[in-house]
Design a protein around this ligand. Structure first.
Ligand SMILES: [Zn+2]
Length: 364
């Protein structure tokens, strides 16, 4: 895997199980761990998390965390959700977690669910303190879970089943109906809370299960491979039931999403192309493409030129660039995953493919 300019997005995340996960609960077989370049990481505290659990997650001790964050924590060492802690993590580091909702099935027990998600039982109980100990089928539980690896799709011949890619247990049943500009969304799934991104407006961030799963996978791979630590910001996806969503023309069927391009470190706003981190943008686009489930990514031609340069500088091959970027072709050239569409100067618009088993989803 070639790593230049800090970018080395690849689908191969073949690290072995680290001791830190084993401490956090029974390890799932072959869980993929990530190894970012930076050893100092920022951990965002999730609800009900304790210092002991964070320590176990990274394979460090509680007192080390207290020492590294002395100023923030004070003598009482209180932590709260959303707080950021600096941790000097030994490699490899576990991937960021996502919050999912689990629907209890017949025959489930607390410990069965905890071990399914590879989280400590105590933690599972704490996240769902209001749920009675004897729950019923159909009860919804909150779980902050690690992404679990699944065999990669057989599109990459010869590699099927050998390379692990993380996937996320996203609420199922969210279906894209019809076309992106003339369609709707059935049982729209809200974008889960995640350490990986910020959702601008939750009312406008519903999607099809398939699209959300692919997006989370790409984000996790991108962050892991690039070491990008700033927040990814999600603009509009679809309304809960999809359909007309002004001022957008598409975004109707839960498989279109607007993502702000990664900024250069220290830049607050994207005022010009110069505020965009093009190397990171290329990394993000590669990670999205690697899911194999992206139909298009829209970006203005003037911006594609900068993306093209960043790709070249990071060592991308001509063939790869031709496959992924329309530029230097003209705006109407029918080539490249990244295509021109007006107004996409500071955000990209990603359109995911229809789920393979969804017959009611249509493309143009
Ligand atoms: Zn859009």
């Amino acid at each position: 895997m070639a790593c230049r300019a800090g970018i080395c997005v690849s689908v191969a995340i073949g690290c072995a199980v680290g001791p830190q996960l084993a401490l956090a609960g029974p390890p799932s077989p072959g869980i993929a761990l990530f190894a970012p370049d930076s050893e100092w990481i920022k951990h965002r505290v999730v609800a009900k998390e304790t210092l002991d659990w964070i320590a176990a997650r990274y394979g460090v001790t509680r007192s080390q965390i207290v020492r590294w964050n002395k100023k923030k924590l004070g003598t009482k060492a209180w932590i709260y959700a959303g707080q950021k802690l600096s941790i000097h993590a030994p490699k490899p580091v576990p991937p960021p977690r996502v919050k999912v909702r689990y629907r209890v099935k017949r025959g489930d027990t607390w410990s069965k669910i905890a071990s399914h998600y590879d989280v400590p039982l105590k933690q599972l109980r704490a996240w769902n303190a209001k749920v009675p100990r004897a729950f019923k089928a159909g009860t919804r539980l909150v779980v902050w879970t690690n992404p679990a690896p699944v065999p990669i799709k057989s599109a990459k011949a010869g590699e099927a089943g050998e390379v692990a890619m993380p996937s996320f247990d996203v609420e199922s049943g969210g279906l894209s109906i019809g076309k992106p500009n003339r369609g709707s969304l059935q049982r729209g799934v809200p974008l889960p809370d995640s350490e990986m991104y910020l959702v601008r407006d939750a009312e406008k961030a519903f999607g099809a299960s398939h699209a959300i799963e692919q997006m989370l996978t790409a984000f996790a791979n991108f962050r892991a491979a690039s070491g990008y630590e700033d927040q990814l910001v999600i603009g509009a996806m679809s309304l809960k039931r999809g359909g007309r969503f002004r001022p957008h023309r598409s975004h109707q069927s839960g498989r279109d999403v607007d993502i702000r391009m990664p900024r250069k470190p220290g830049r607050k706003k994207i005022k010009s192309a110069n505020d965009i981190d093009w190397g990171m943008t290329w990394g993000l686009i590669k990670a999205l493409a690697e899911t194999g489930e992206v139909e298009y990514i829209f970006m203005s031609t003037s911006r594609q030129r900068l993306l093209y340069r960043a790709a070249r500088d990071s060592g991308a091959s001509r063939a790869e660039m031709a496959k992924l970027i329309q530029y230097p072709g003209k705006a109407k050239t029918n080539k490249g995953l990244v295509r021109h569409a007006k107004g996409h100067d500071s955000h990209i618009h990603v359109r995911f493919k229809c789920a393979g088993d969804n017959k009611r989803c249509e493309s143009y």
